[in-house]
Ligand binder design. Structure first.
Ligand code: HEC
Ligand code: HEC
Length: 433
């Protein structure tokens, strides 16, 4: 009973309550005994002698035996119960029963029953688990009870709490990285940086440079002025602004922010105030099997990135399915340059320059470069559209970087944008027109 500190500092109330309880029960028995002994004034005919309404008389019968018996049994039961179980002040009862003990017994019984179910999960890879309906149902319950209050019941997050479905990861989206995030927790720290940047105007200029990195609307004069100031940020966000997952420093070029909108005011605020974001650690709360299921649930929400070692997945795994076949690449087929992208990413594969050589030659002859992005039909439609757009922009920017004038580039939606799922759906084509 003494697991928890009592509200009371002395035994007084415990003894008082125990005493009052016992006296109450003993008092009941005494009352019964006394009333059995006491003789009311009795007339010769065994009535009390009172007469109402002319002929209504009160009998002086003893209490029925069954009633007295029940009364005594009740009192004896109470005393026995209070001896065996907690109830008398702080006395814990001779059986040593506690609520928390019973709870723990029930939990371990539940765990025993779940063990064979979890054992079946142990041999499965993260990707296989995402296809196991039972595992995902368990993952869903774990997520709703433990994660949804911060990340939302659809795992899409909100300001300050990252969206776990969009393929943008501050700490990495492979099964191993997600597992580590959940198990150990994460603390992302950005120190206030204004002092390192300069005056208020320098901070604004830098903010516009960051907007330009994010391909968001910006003032290009300010962005140019602010470019050099980015050295203050490069230690964490990288010289190219693409972030550092070891520090949880976001990719500022992604156009997806967690802490606010992609606008000057938010970036200025971040530079001036800094930010510390804390994701709590969960390894003390979950069993390793639960951690595995939860990791697969989060990974399978749409943003997961293929792991460094594709776990236990057989080598000839599903062709180009959701997260498989994930490296960015580029190919030229019949004069059409096809850029394939990694899941959730808009980064171009290396070798773009060589692949685009023919297109660039065509543009020099006065043709137009037509850039079309295809949309993945699996997962969230709006996000896939946005991603297809970002990928098309990345290709356009690459063309511009290779000296193609903006008015020679045409961004065109393909007739049939829905390209199914898999690697084919994550492509942008460049052709001459
Ligand atoms: C108290 C609020 C809170 C709860 C509860 C919470 N998280 Fe988080 N989580 C955060 C915050 C805040 C971050 C961002 C940390 C940072 O600043 O980098 C985060 C980050 C993450 C990330 C990393 C995202 C990235 O971009 O790399 C994952 C994965 C994650 N949480 C999963 C979970 C799971 C699974 C649970 C439930 C077991 C959970 N979180 C419960 C607040 C929470
Ligand atoms: C000490 C490392 C560090 C430095 C230096 C740093 N940052 Fe950050 N920055 C971070 C981390 C970590 C986060 C994520 C904070 C979090 O989620 O808790 C972040 C977040 C941000 C965000 C918010 C993105 C969002 O999701 O809303 C912006 C904008 C940003 N940084 C811009 C800058 C700029 C501009 C500079 C240079 C003046 C800079 N940072 C310097 C580590 C750093």
């Amino acid at each position: 009973m003494n697991h928890f500190p009592s509200d009371f500092t002395s035994n007084f109330w415990s003894i008082f309550i125990a005493g009052a309880t016992l006296l109450g029960i003993l008092g009941c028995l005494a009352l019964l005994w006394i009333s059995g002994k006491t003789q009311a004034m009795t007339a010769a005919d065994n009535t009390t002698g009172h007469v109402w309404d002319g002929d209504l008389r009160e009998m002086n019968n003893p209490l029925p035996r069954w009633w007295v018996g029940l009364f005594v049994i009740t009192c004896v039961f109470s005393l026995a119960y209070l001896y065996l179980y907690p109830g008398l002040g702080s006395y814990g009862g001779s059986l040593g029963w506690t609520q928390s003990g019973q709870f723990e017994r029930e939990v371990s019984k539940g765990n025993e029953q779940m063990a064979p179910i979890y054992a079946a999960f142990a041999s499965k890879s993260t990707e296989e688990l995402t296809k196991d309906a039972q595992a995902m149902a368990i993952g869903d319950r774990l997520f709703m009870n433990n994660c949804a209050q911060c990340h939302g019941s659809d795992a899409r997050g909100s300001t300050g709490f990252p969206n776990l479905t969009d393929g943008h990861w501050n700490w990495g989206g492979t099964p191993e990285q997600i597992h580590e995030t959940i198990a150990k927790g994460r603390t992302g720290v950005m120190t206030p940086m204004a002092a390192a940047v300069g005056g208020a105007d320098d901070v604004r200029n830098l903010a516009h440079h960051v907007l330009s990195l994010a391909k968001a609307p910006h003032d290009s004069v300010r962005a140019n002025l602010g470019r050099d100031k980015f050295v203050a940020c490069a230690a964490c966000h990288g010289a190219d602004g693409k972030g550092n997952q070891a520090l949880g420093a976001p990719d500022l070029t992604s156009g997806v922010f967690v802490h606010g909108p992609v606008i000057e005011a938010h970036i200025v605020n971040m530079i001036n105030q800094g930010k510390t974001g804390v994701m709590p650690a969960w390894d003390a709360k979950f069993t390793p099997e639960q951690m595995k299921v939860l990791t697969a649930y989060v990974w399978g929400k749409g943003g997961g990135v293929a792991g460094a070692t594709p776990a236990a997945a057989p080598a000839a795994a599903a062709p180009a399915a959701a997260a498989g076949n994930d490296a960015a690449s580029v190919a030229v087929e019949n004069g059409v340059v096809k850029f394939f992208f990694a899941t959730g990413k808009a980064d171009l594969a290396s070798g773009a320059d060589t692949a685009l050589a023919e297109v660039i030659a065509g543009v020099k002859q006065g043709k137009k470069a037509i850039v079309s992005g295809y949309v993945d039909s699996s997962g969230n439609a709006a996000q896939n559209e946005e991603l297809a757009k970002q990928r098309a922009f990345a290709v356009r920017d690459q063309l511009k970087a290779l000296g193609v004038a903006e008015d020679s580039i045409e961004l065109k939606k393909p007739e049939n944008t829905d390209a199914g799922a898999g690697a084919q759906a994550r492509r942008v084509e460049v052709s001459l027109g």
